[in-house]
Design a protein around this ligand. Sequence first.
Ligand SMILES: Cc1cc2nc3c(=O)[nH]c(=O)nc-3n(C[C@H](O)[C@H](O)[C@H](O)COP(=O)(O)OP(=O)(O)OC[C@H]3O[C@@H](n4cnc5c(N)ncnc54)[C@H](O)[C@@H]3O)c2cc1C
Length: 378
Amino acid sequence: MQKYDYLIVGSGLFGAAFAYFAKRKGKRCLVIDKRPHLGGNVYCEQIEGINVHKYGAHIFHTNNKKVWDFVNSIVPFNRYTNSPVANYKGKLYNLPFNMNTFYQMWGVRTPDEAKAKIEEQKAEALAKMKAEGAAEPRNLEEQAKLLIGNDIYETLIKGYTEKQWGRKCTELPAFIIKRLPVRFVFDNNYFNDSYQGIPIGGYNRLIDGLLDGVETKVDTDFFASYRDTWRSVADKLVYTGAIDEYFGFSLGKLDWRTVSFKTRIEDMPNFQGNAVVNYTEREVPYTRVIEHKHFEMFGQAVYDCPRTVISEEYSAEYKEGMEPYYPVNDDRNNSLADAYRALAQKDTDVIFGGRLGQYKYYDMAPVIEQVMTMWGMI
Ligand SMILES: Cc1cc2nc3c(=O)[nH]c(=O)nc-3n(C[C@H](O)[C@H](O)[C@H](O)COP(=O)(O)OP(=O)(O)OC[C@H]3O[C@@H](n4cnc5c(N)ncnc54)[C@H](O)[C@@H]3O)c2cc1C
């Protein structure tokens, strides 16, 4: 008999949740991670008594009550509500686009006034495009203006999008933006989901709870330690690393998008008064500034903690050695990923899971949902 039922590569939410349910079914698991800590991208580092989201801000949100109840059974979640603010040339606007935004933009006070303003600007964009002899939007800029009009596009979309993609909106394809949701109510809640929040005490508590009683090893790269020998250790492999790496990049390398962070301590209790501030003008090099304490500290607690930690976020082109964050959704990468997935299906002893293993962007809740479904919990 093997020592383990499952060798689980990766201690992110997929690997950790898988180990949790496997253990409850009496399965023996070993979880390994090449990083020096558990938790994958939801891992937080404690700085100045603040949980700093080391791999990017993470806000849990879902409509699935079973998923919400499950994660809350591991650690209760707080009432954090994501309501980002945009800074354009020093002026602040609420996001997502709602009556507060329209009031700040145009001084309009009623939904009808806001709708009229947007419709007027959409009509202008359509007329301009037609006058230039185009039947369809020829690029992202035209598409965005048709959907929302000039003012919101110029102020809140253009610079941010250009920083994200590293290209001008006039050089980006129109299909990238299919819809731009607008709300004609005064509601700054970014998500439409029924449930959202942050684990009280931070994400590490969620991971520690999921992996409670499970054998784990950090600083352990699968390829250096178990690639050739795993079948002598475990019956099955759960692999949440990059799918192309598993197959030795035999069909070619998949591309990723990444983000880099500059994190610093500010000697003040409250730097920007909000967890997330987007910088929407092109000239500011970062896309967002995250002030981590606001995810978990509310009211007086903000001031009881004398310093604050902020991270500037920069969009960066992925290069070897960087963190692979987002799959690239273009024809080359989609078909290459399909080819790797076809290879993966042939090996029935290996479960390819999570963001890297499936080469698909997943929010946290869908990852938990997938694992719960695999174990018959949903
Ligand atoms: C910048 C950013 C912001 C995000 N914000 C949100 C958000 O606000 N809300 C939300 O719901 N979701 C968010 N997400 C998505 C969320 O991070 C994922 O859903 C979640 O991390 C998926 O977990 P995972 O286990 O698949 O991957 P990961 O967390 O990446 O875990 C994979 C683990 O595998 C390990 N590993 C890889 N290769 C090897 C190897 N060869 N040997 C050993 N270990 C290996 C890695 O070190 C890593 O720890 C965000 C993602 C990013 C990138």
